[in-house]
Design a protein around this ligand. Sequence first.
Ligand SMILES: [Zn+2]
Length: 344
Amino acid sequence: MGGILDFVARFGTEERCIEHLAGLRWPDGFVCPHCGGREGWRLKARPRIYECTSCHRQESVTAGTVFHRTRTALPKWFLAAYLMASDKRGVSAKFLQRELGVAYQTAWTMTHKLRHGLSEDPALPLSGFLEADETFIGGRGDAASPGRSTANPDKSLVVAAVEKVPAPRNRNGEYSHALKRQHGFYAGAIRVNVLPAATAPQLGAFLKANVAAGSHLLTDGFKGYQGREAALGDHLKHTPVIQGDGPNAAEFFPIIHTVFSNIKAWLVGTHHGVSAKHLPRYLREWAYRFNRRNLPEGLDRYLIRRAVECVTITYGQIVAGADPGGAIRQRRMPIPVAVPALAG
Ligand SMILES: [Zn+2]
């Protein structure tokens, strides 16, 4: 099983989507958020609404999720999540507009609302042996500029940390060509974000928030990673491997440089470039997919679950470039349990 036909068979109707959302929201059956009552019935005219049989207050199955008050049919939302999750290149808003038969702005908003929830759990930081580095994305920045300045408003300073996982050698004790280039390491999990500036406090805060204490971090010799302000000495073992960030940086940090070029290729190839204010959300989607690239099953159910579990964002916040935090609001078991539909 799997694939788009299977997905459409499961989630091709409003009713099936409502049942799935109800199963995520109430894994053990309906629970009234007001009185704790365990019995509810559905309103025939408004099928997303459950009414508590005890206190008669009403609760939408989409309350607090990205689907709340949406005028778009739920199967379109589910299919959008499926399409975003099914290919490592993701999909553009233009593609969704065409495939879902919705207005461009609707498709664009759906993609941003879905990707907003794709943050990583701060309780599960990176650990072990890592590389960290920064790059500029967007704008027409001078690549040769050594100042790591963000004077160009279209140019974003992006920082990433990635785990280096030791790879096994073959029976001749050699690595494959790709692994040789990566000094015998695979990429593990990644964290990536936009920083306002490459200052020691900013870089230090990013690393402390995303890397477990006691990990071993490799960086270039940039002074932002060193000194008392970054304060990494208390938190991480830090080895600056080369002085400055000369042209050979890619050779010393092959994994993170591959990651940066893949991110840039994705932003241009799939999305034809993105504006600086929306970049953090795109990075979130890219990292989410990268960190789950080895999952045997598709990511679509995960995206739908995140849409239910995460703090949502409004259209106004998206266009204003706000980031109300994509934190996971609640953890629920991803077991879809159909709630019996009681006509009311
Ligand atoms: Zn109640």
